[in-house]
Structures are given as C-alpha cells and as structure tokens.
Design a protein around this ligand. Structure first.
Ligand SMILES: [Ca+2]
Ligand SMILES: [Ca+2]
Length: 232
C-alpha cells in the first residue's frame, strides 16, 4: 500500500515538474518555426524579382569593446561569421563599429540603371544603456579585395565619398534602405566585378556617449541585398 502511494506521489511530482518544461520547450520550438517561415517568405518574395542582388560578403569591424568592466582589444578580430552587423560609436572611445558589404555585379542586366537601393534589416537588439546610433551613412569603398573572413578594424579598406545618409529609429525592427545608384552605375560601366560599401555612424565620436545599431547579417537569414531598377 505504502509502495503504491509512493509510486503515485512520484508520478504526480514527475508530471508537475515535466509539464512546464515540455510547454516552454514547445513554445520555443514554435517560435523558431514561425521565425524560419518568416525568413522563407522574405526570400520567396525577393527571389521572384530578377533585380535583387544578395551580398557576397558582409561583416562588421570593431575597434574596442568594454567587456565586464575591462577593455578588450578586438581591432584584430574578424566578425565575418557573426549573425549581426553593427554600426556603433562612443564618445568615451570604447567602441567603434562599421559595416562592410560587397555585392557581385555579374547579375546586372544592362546599362540602363535608374536606381539601386541597398537594403538591410535592422533589429531592436542593443547593449544595455546604449541609445540609437541615429544617422547612418553609406560610403563608397573602391577597394574590393577585402573578404568577410579576413576583414578587421586594423585592415579595413578606406571609405570615401558619401552616397546617402538615413536616420534609423531606436528599437525598430524593419528594413532600411540607402540610395547607392551612382556607385553601382560607375562600377558597372568601369567593368568592375564588385561594389563595396561601408555603413558607419554619421558623427563618430560625437553626441551621446554610447550609440549602436544592429542589423541582421546573411548568417542570420535576412540577407543584405541591392534592389536594382531599370529604365522602361
Ligand atoms: Ca557575414
Ligand atoms: Ca568596385
């Protein structure tokens, strides 16, 4: 009798403990499936257009970061396989991040390009206590020899002419775009194989103390892309 009681108590305890664990696990699995379906929808919507060019390389480079109260030099670290692309700047000088993107021009159809827009998906992810980076510039990078597996803060290619600047909203989750038409027209006419673009804070080392904005990288399902519009 006692043994049977113990067995029942044991089974009840097991169920009470196990049910919430199973529920939480199912919830997370369901969330993951939904997010995967959303990504697939994004890709299906995009790939039906022949005027979409996905990046071949995407990475951010970072100068220095404050890690649990101590400075860790990451200026030689490569972040090419990161799920995030970060633009950051801080007056205190404990972090500067820039994004570098490269796109193949082999799928450009003809010369009659009317407009080319660069799209990246921004997330609300940010370090605690940091605010939005505010305005983000797209700049020309003429050197296409960098790769996402080797680029670091210390070996980043030089950026030059400003292409476009846009304001991003803090904690927003959505696509943002920059007009990069002149660079793509120029490089395509010059017979260049790639366009390279740098995204950086408009005012590095000015304004609020800590500013950062994260986008999703190609490793995170929302691939940065160019949308090309042709004449006629
Ligand atoms: Ca990457
Ligand atoms: Ca180029």
């Amino acid at each position: 009798m006692k043994k049977a009681n113990l067995l029942i108590v044991g089974m009840l305890t097991f169920l009470v403990v196990l049910t919430p664990i199973l529920f939480v696990n199912t919830y997370f699995l369901a969330t993951r499936v939904v997010s995967f379906e959303t990504r697939l929808e994004v890709f299906e919507n995009l790939t039906q257009y022949e005027n979409v060019i996905f990046s071949s390389d995407d990475a951010h480079v970072m100068w220095m970061t404050l890690n649990y109260g101590t400075y860790e030099d990451v200026s030689d670290v490569n972040f090419g396989d990161s799920e995030w692309l970060q633009v950051a700047t801080s007056v205190g000088g404990n972090r500067e991040s820039r994004i570098f993107l490269k796109f193949p021009l082999s799928s450009i159809l003809d010369l009659n390009i009317v407009s080319v827009k660069l799209f990246l998906y921004k997330t609300s992810r940010h370090a605690s206590g940091w605010v939005s980076v505010g305005n983000i510039e797209a700049r020309i990078v003429s050197n296409d020899s960098w790769t996402e597996d080797t680029i670091t803060w210390n070996n980043q290619p030089e950026y030059t002419t400003l292409l476009d600047v846009i304001q991003v909203t803090f904690e927003s989750n959505r696509w943002y775009s920059w007009d990069v038409t002149p660079l793509v027209q120029h490089d395509y006419v010059s017979g260049d194989e790639y366009v390279s673009i740098c995204l950086k804070a408009e005012n590095e080392n000015q304004g609020d103390l800590y500013r950062s904005t994260d986008f999703r990288s190609s490793e995170n399902g929302f691939h940065p892309y160019l949308s090309v519009e042709y004449e006629g």
